[in-house]
Design a binder for this molecule. Structure first.
Ligand code: EPU
Length: 293
């Protein structure tokens, strides 16, 4: 009856998700599973269907707010060695979904491959970055994609060409699949130049963003032609606190866990911010972080 006993990967029951989110917030997952490879994934999908349990995939947990009660779901983290492979051929880099953004940037640099530098300092895995088309400084990871191999929720593996993938602002149609790996097209460049560029992006990030406490980066999407952070700042909300959650004093669009914040504290603070920005600027802010209810 205990279907998970047949898996080769690691299974944890009632795992607190706060251990896996950059916010350090979130109740337990019914099943937290780190599958070994493809066969495990297929088995989990089939078992989830027969147990009528939803599946969610977590990367580095750097862009999600998980509710305090937790989730009656199977949460997958694809971080076994199989899901962390990187290979390089000419100016193409093939990466599995569990590779961290930082590791991929480093590996690209080792091969004199340029194109990923703008992502320097963005936490997360390649799977997460692709699903939400992570970006900064006007560039997005989707621009580099040649193809992505995915598994659908019937267990079928297929390769989606870039023409079949719709990348939007912090969104993509890859979110309805389990992302397995991707082929990215980069450009040959001198390693020193790449390192210089990375340092520039990291310094810019250090100067404008806030890493002093657990957070999930920008909480709201930027409304068109505006910066959500600036609007929140202009409402005088920097430092505003609800329970253990507070608006960063450095960047208006960052909510920090400044002491045992609950998901509810963050949601209440988001509600308050939305209301103030709507009243002052007539702008409706949309969450950029994924909220797991
Ligand atoms: N600003 C303020 N006050 C603030 C924050 C910002 O006046 O409290 C001003 C800044 O001075 C600047 C403008 O607003 O003139 C834009 O700010 P910033 O350069 O910090 O960029 P952003 O629009 O707030 C976006 C992304 C970030 C990404 C940066 C850098 C979104 C929601 N945010 O932030 O992404 O790192 O650009 O490209 O798209 C994330 O995805 O989690 C994230 C943080």
């Amino acid at each position: 009856m205990n279907w998970w006993k047949n898996l080769k990967g690691k299974v944890i029951l009632r795992e607190p998700l706060k251990k896996h989110t950059s916010f350090k917030i979130g109740g337990p997952a019914k099943f937290f599973i780190m599958p070994y490879a493809i066969a495990d994934l297929k088995f989990i999908i089939a078992s989830a269907k027969s147990s009528k349990l939803p599946i969610s995939v977590i990367g580095a947990g750097s862009n999600i707010l998980v509710n305090d009660k937790g989730v009656e779901a199977i949460v997958l983290q694809l971080n076994s060695p199989f899901f962390k492979r990187i290979s390089c051929k000419r100016n193409y880099l093939k990466t599995s979904c569990g590779v961290t953004v930082g590791k991929l940037i480093q590996e690209a640099g080792e091969h004199n491959l340029s194109g990923l530098e703008f992502l320097a300092g963005i936490p997360g895995t390649i799977g997460g970055a692709l699903a939400m088309n992570a970006g900064a400084w006007g560039k997005n990871i989707g621009d580099l994609v040649e193809n992505v191999q995915v598994m659908d929720y019937d267990g079928n593996v297929k390769t989606l060409d870039k023409r079949e993938i719709k990348f939007g602002y912090r969104s993509s149609n890859l979110e309805k699949f389990i992302i397995l790996d991707a082929r990215l097209k980069l450009a040959k460049r001198n390693k020193k130049e790449i390192t210089r560029q990375i340092k520039k992006y990291l310094a810019h990030r250090r100067n404008t963003q806030d890493k002093s406490l657990p957070n999930a980066g920008c909480v709201f999407k930027n409304p068109s032609y505006k910066s959500a952070g600036r609007l929140i700042d202009l409402c005088g909300l920097k430092g505003k606190r609800v329970g253990g959650a507070c608006v960063s004093g450095r960047h208006g669009n960052f909510i920090m866990n400044c002491g045992n914040a609950s998901a509810n504290d963050v949601l209440k603070l988001m509600g308050l911010i939305k209301k103030r920005v709507r009243n002052k600027f007539n702008v409706i802010l949309e969450p950029e972080i994924k909220i797991w209810q």
